[in-house]
Structure formats: structure tokens, C-alpha cells
Write a protein that binds this ligand. Structure first.
Ligand code: ADP
Length: 256
């Protein structure tokens, strides 16, 4: 049979395309499955705690006093937060996930994120210093989603730093690589070398009690990483236990 090179080439490209799509779908399906298992596991524990306590009250073992009810409410709000995080992660993963891109300087985006954390900062008497370059730092981003990225990173810096700690946010425009770079530096508890690569995993928390007390679900950095990647950006981290951490976000500079 004479082989038409052109046609074979096209057929090959199409087959490769289909293969790629099937592979992507497979990956998504696998991701969904693992996610559901993790989810069931994460929800079961706090649900059991709440229902045990209510049962104990119903059985007359405990008085339904103020303290006990407050504790139940706290557990329920933790569950609510978890469900909110899950919604956001599913949204970030979904194919329907749409970005409303806008050209904007990174500095006002960071300022907005910091402003929304004012209360948390004040509660721990922390200071945030923003250091910006003289040149513009234009990015093409979904402003709401990029604000969420910086809220997550800076809020972690607040959560995992002792009271009166210091956070520095340094922005830069690296013209050689065409990247806008943001470092969020804290002088907090830090992260060990072994834990570092794992913190972006779903539900991963180093100290579960500390994270839970701080209101953490272990989903924040997973969402953050996905949001950054959907903008063709990257996130990295360096850290030293007892000294502090530096989270670095890189986003392609927009041409203006
Ligand atoms: P969480 O909701 O628990 O804060 P994240 O996904 O945001 O979850 O972070 C995962 C884990 O990474 C946290 O539980 C914490 O142990 C660690 N971590 C994140 N940011 C910092 C930081 N700035 N300093 C120290 N540890 C951090």
C-alpha cells in the first residue's frame, strides 16, 4: 500500500493528540479519586468529634453548658472552612476554571491582600514591610485569584510566626528572565528540609495541632500553587527551622 506521508503525518498527530487528551482525562480522574478519598478521611474525624459530643449531651453525660457548646461551634466552623477550601480547590482544578485577565502592577495586588489581613496582623502585633523596585512590575492576571494567592501566602507567614514577628514582601522585575518576582519572607517557625517538598500536597500539615489551631486545613498551598500555575507562574520555598521561610512567586511580566 502506498503510504502518503502527509496523511500518515496528520493521522499520527491526531492519534498523538487523542492520546494526550486521554492521558489528561486519566490523570484528572485519578486526581479526583484520590481527592475524594482524602476528603472523606478529612471530614470524618471532625464530624465524629462533633457527633460524639452531641451524643454525650443527649445521653446526659455532659451538661450542655456554654463552654461545651462553644467547642462544638468551633468544630463546626472548622468543618465549614474545610468545605469552603474544598470548593475553591475543585474550582481551581476544574476545566471550566476561567481567568478574567487584566494587566495590572503586582504592587496594588499585594497591597490589597495585605490590607485584608490587617486584623490578623494586629491581633499578633506583627509588622509587614513592602519593598518595591523603582520600575513597574506589570502582570497579566485574574486580580481576584492573584489576590487570593498573596492572601494565602502572607496569612501563612502570619500564622506560622510568633507574635511580634516580622514579614517582608520584596517585589522585583527581572528584565533578563522577563519575570515578576515576589518574595514573602517571615522570621517564623520555619520548615525542615524533609517537609519542604511536601507542603504543597493536599491536606499536608506539618504540625496538625498547630495548623488546626491556626485555622488551617492543609489545602491553602495546594490551591495557591494551582492558581499560580494557571497563570504560567511558579512558586518555590526555602526555609530554616527556627529562623524563617521565604516563599517566592514568579509570574511572567506582561508586555506593556
Ligand atoms: P494550612 O491550612 O495548614 O496552613 P497550607 O497548605 O497553607 O495549610 O500549608 C501547609 C503546611 O505548610 C502548614 O500546615 C504549615 O505546616 C506549613 N507552612 C506553610 N507556610 C508556612 C510558613 N510561612 N512557615 C512555616 N510553615 C509553613
Amino acid at each position: 500500500i502506498p503510504v502518503d506521508e502527509e496523511e500518515t503525518g496528520d493521522a499520527f498527530r491526531i492519534a498523538r493528540g487523542i492520546n494526550y487528551v486521554v492521558h489528561q482525562l486519566d490523570e484528572q480522574e485519578k486526581w479526583r479519586q484520590v481527592m475524594m478519598e482524602d476528603l472523606a478521611h478529612e471530614l470524618r474525624t471532625p464530624l465524629m468529634l462533633v457527633s460524639n459530643q452531641i451524643e454525650a449531651i443527649a445521653d446526659g453525660i455532659f451538661e450542655p453548658d456554654h463552654i461545651r457548646l462553644e467547642k462544638i461551634l468551633r468544630d463546626i466552623s472548622r468543618l465549614t472552612r474545610l468545605v469552603g477550601d474544598i470548593e475553591r480547590i475543585i474550582q481551581a482544578q476544574s476545566a471550566r476554571f476561567e481567568l478574567r485577565l487584566e494587566a495590572i502592577d503586582v504592587v496594588p495586588v499585594i497591597k490589597q491582600a495585605v490590607a485584608s489581613l490587617e486584623e490578623a496582623c494586629r491581633a499578633k502585633n506583627m509588622s509587614i514591610e513592602l519593598i518595591t523596585p523603582k520600575i513597574p512590575c506589570p502582570i497579566l492576571v485574574d486580580v481576584d485569584k492573584m489576590t487570593q494567592v498573596f492572601v494565602n501566602i502572607v496569612y501563612n507567614a502570619i500564622k506560622y510566626t510568633h507574635a511580634s514577628g516580622k514579614i517582608e514582601i520584596i517585589t522585583d522585575h527581572d528584565r533578563d528572565s522577563g519575570q515578576i518576582i515576589v518574595h514573602v519572607k517571615d522570621n517564623g517557625v520555619g520548615i525542615s528540609q524533609e517537609e519542604l517538598p511536601r507542603i504543597f500536597e493536599r491536606f499536608y500539615r506539618i504540625d496538625k495541632t498547630q495548623s488546626r489551631e491556626a485555622g488551617g486545613s492543609g489545602l491553602g498551598l495546594t490551591i495557591t500553587k494551582r492558581l499560580i500555575e494557571s497563570h504560567d507562574g511558579k512558586i518555590g520555598v526555602t526555609s530554616k527551622p527556627g529562623v524563617g521561610s521565604v516563599f517566592t512567586v514568579m509570574i511572567p511580566a506582561a508586555s506593556v
